[in-house]
Design a protein. Structure first.
Lengths: 250, 70, 448
């Protein structure tokens, strides 16, 4: 059995540009989509939306299961990133934020998002043990985990400049904004301050994102500016896009 | 050794999943709160009752073994 | 014998009615016209505390036996057998603790406040004896924070008792928030544990795990006052008054159109008429009487002359004495307006924790208000019945059940007046000042 796995690993490793690298990019994108779906379903759940064909217990189960599926793809995303030999990413970097050598800030955001997600999912699996109040308090972190994951994707991702990736990100962002609006509209009727803060936070994030993108990941020499180790950067400064990194591989 | 349904009315927030999963024994009142049939559960409904209890977001629904009365 | 009271709602003078029944007063013997009875006067009248029940374990067990033989039931409304309660707590895991419930959230009840204001040593004796008997070393005396005089006098009395020989269980005074449900057993325990003064879901029951997770004996103040006398005089003495299945005497708060409303001590089984005579008779014709307080039952005035004060006699009318509340409503009042107002108050007193109570009691009050104003939909009577059934036994405490009982019996006993209002709206009597007492300033039980 282990011989087969080793062989498969060797095949994957030899099919360069590393198949791990493609897998980590794609599983990352899928994870983002699933996370978005999980968040949207979470809002649908808490809003208690249901129809005859979509009873409450189905919406609730779907939310739980999509979250677990997102976690599975996240696991794949992390594993393949670690296994990929191009960028020096270790398993530790996936859980402890900002300590890595490859784009420490942007990768670190991914680790941070992952940590928050773990907290949310673990407390959910152990809901009976931790109690309802604790579970609920930690569950709010999901709203923090998502934007951090998006920033990670935009900061580390190799595909940010491609249309399909940008389309996915925009679609996910719009879905989350819509979900947040619905959630805020329904919650805390007496606490205008809280609702204002939530809307304000979402607005500031979106605005900041829109302002940052052109000079950030969509701008020149992002690979260098985001902290890619210089040994991995292309020599010529005219190759400043992420495809420059790809041409350096095996 | 029989099992019965019980609800913690303080924890209950009228999500209504219990009534979807065990309509034989749970109906919802006009405000969405569960009205339980308090008779002992027949064996074929016990697993459904347990599933309903698991699905409750606040763990308000309980499936209890018969307790000795005071 | 009646007792002097100091309340904002009722200010009666001392009774000058006919002589009380033989064997009475017991609790109210020697009750002072002003102030509280001091420790020495208390010992002079009732005798010193018996040695045996104070010291050893055999003595402690003997007290519980005596209470069992006496057939003492709780005076807080449920009439639960006291000895059984004590044994259950004593057998619990951990060191027991006693809670004396003198919060008296029932607006129409004054007996517990009266005991603390005039005869605090009876209650403190009982608390100490009960604590001893179950192996507790501490008793917490809970008084409503708005009962300033009672708090003051209880504190003085506790101070006096440091002179008592021998080691007595420590009594700690605690003020409890105002509120109808705040005085429920589990709500009181929750408050003492630092939580909200709201009922909690059982298990665990307070007698298993209550204050500080210890087995807790929660008793009405009057119940413990009876314990103080049973310990001195024995069970046979206790049973010389009252009935076989409801022995002894009890305090009743009698209010309404009377010459001398107030707190009276009666034996179980005494006729209501004799009590009304002792109170100097009624000052106007009585339309109906409410037994048990605002969680109790209305009984038509025509049935009153043949009524006796015991659960067995009141049972056929669907009523009990509850915490000894008898509230008369005059024929001059509008029973629809009065009961509707109280129902709305009761709905507002919900702890706000359980959906059926919050929604159901509000709907109940709204329906009655619509009937009262003549704006009700057809079938309002059926709606009241439906709501009463919907709220009963679906809350964490008995508050919705009590309100349902109150409203249903009102609609039943005052059916003519309700029908009249349904068709014609407000009547002349609606504008009269209210007869049924409600606290002047009630904090909202919760934001719904």
């Amino acid at each position: 059995m282990s011989a087969i796995v080793a062989a498969a690993g060797a095949i994957v490793a030899a099919a360069g540009p590393s198949a791990y690298w493609y897998l980590t990019r794609s599983s990352g994108a899928v994870a983002l989509v699933l996370l978005t779906l999980a968040l949207v379903l979470g809002v649908v759940d808490v809003r208690r939306w249901s129809t005859e064909k979509w009873p409450r217990f189905v919406v609730d189960s779907l939310h739980r299961n999509v979250s677990l599926l997102a976690l599975a793809f996240l696991g794949l995303h992390i594993l393949t990133a670690v296994l990929d030999s191009f960028a020096p990413i270790s398993l530790v970097d996936a859980v402890i934020p900002f300590t890595g050598s490859y784009r420490p800030l942007w990768l670190g955001l991914g680790a941070l998002s992952f940590d928050l997600m773990l907290a949310v999912i673990l407390t959910s699996l152990l809901r009976r043990q931790v109690g309802h109040a604790t579970w609920r308090a930690i569950h709010w972190l999901a709203y923090a985990s998502w934007p951090i994951a998006l920033l990670h994707g935009l900061g580390t991702g190799s595909d940010v400049k491609s249309t399909w990736m940008m389309a996915i990100c925009v679609a996910c962002l719009l879905a989350v904004i819509a979900a947040v609006l619905v959630r805020v509209a329904a919650g805390w009727p007496e606490q205008l301050a809280r609702r204002g803060a939530a809307l304000g936070g979402a607005g500031i994030f979106t605005l900041g994102l829109v302002l940052w993108l052109p000079s950030g990941p969509l701008g020149k020499e992002w690979a260098r500016r985001s902290g890619t180790p210089s040994t991995l950067l292309p020599h010529s400064t005219s190759h400043s896009s992420s495809s420059g990194e790809a041409s350096r591989r095996r | 050794m029989s099992e019965r349904l019980r609800v913690n009315p303080i924890a209950c927030e009228a999500h209504g999943m219990c009534a979807e999963l065990l309509p034989e024994r749970i109906t919802l009142d006009e405000w969405g709160y569960p009205i339980l049939d308090e008779r002992p559960l027949p064996p074929d409904l016990v697993s459904h009752a347990q599933r309903a209890a698991q699905a409750c977001p606040t763990f308000a629904l309980l499936v209890e073994r018969e307790r000795a009365r005071r | 014998m009646s007792a002097n009271m100091s309340t904002t709602e009722m200010e009666p003078p001392m009774s000058t009615g006919p002589a009380p029944a033989a064997g009475l007063p017991r609790l109210l013997e020697g009750v002072p016209a002003q102030g509280a009875m001091g420790l020495q006067a208390h010992i002079d009248i009732h005798g010193a505390l018996p040695e045996a029940s104070r010291r050893d374990r055999r003595g402690a067990a003997a007290l519980i036996d005596q209470i069992e033989q006496a057939g003492l039931g709780g005076r807080g409304g449920a009439n639960f057998p006291m000895a059984k309660k004590m044994r259950t707590v004593a057998a619990g895991r951990g060191k027991p603790i006693v809670v004396v419930n003198a919060t008296e959230g029932e607006p129409a009840s004054l007996k517990d406040r009266t005991l603390l204001e005039t005869l605090p040593h009876l209650v403190l004796d009982g608390a100490g004896l009960a604590a001893r008997a179950i192996g507790a070393e501490e008793a917490i005396l809970c008084v409503c924070e708005s009962a300033g005089v009672a708090l003051e006098r209880a504190a003085s009395a506790i101070g006096e008792r440091t002179r008592l020989p021998g080691r007595w269980p420590r009594v700690v005074l605690s003020s409890a928030p105002q509120g109808y449900v705040a005085g429920h057993e589990s709500a009181l325990v929750s408050h003492l544990n630092g939580g909200a003064p709201k009922p909690t879901f059982a298990p665990p029951m307070p007698f298993e795990r209550g204050v500080r997770r210890r087995p807790t004996l929660v008793n009405n103040a009057e119940t413990l006052a009876h314990v103080a006398l049973i310990a001195r005089n024995g069970p046979r003495w206790f049973r010389e008054l009252g009935l076989t299945d409801q022995p002894g005497s009890t305090l009743v708060t009698l209010s309404g159109p009377l010459s001398y409303p107030g707190v009276y001590e009666v034996e179980y089984g005494a006729s209501l008429s004799s009590l009304l005579d002792a109170a100097g008779g009624t000052t106007s014709r009585v339309r109906a009487a409410l037994f048990g307080g605002y969680a109790g039952t209305w009984v038509d005035g025509r049935a009153l002359p043949s009524l006796a004060l015991s659960n067995a006699h009141l049972g056929p009318h669907g009523a009990t004495l509850g915490a000894g509340v008898v509230l008369l409503l005059s024929e001059d009042a509008c029973p629809v307006a009065e009961t509707t107002r109280v129902t709305r108050w009761l709905a507002g007193q919900s702890a706000g924790q359980c959906g059926p109570c919050v929604h159901g009691l509000d709907a109940l009050a709204t329906t009655l208000e619509q009937v009262c104003a003549g704006a009700a939909a057809k079938g309002a009577g059926k709606r009241v019945e439906q709501l009463a059934a919907l709220v009963s036994r679906r809350g964490a405490c008995s508050h919705p059940d009590g309100t349902a009982r109150f409203a249903m019996s009102a609609v039943d006993v005052f059916s003519e007046e309700f029908a009249d209002h349904a068709h014609h709206g407000a009547c002349d009597a609606c504008a009269r000042p209210s007869e049924l007492p409600l606290p002047a300033r009630t904090p909202a039980a919760t934001a719904v």
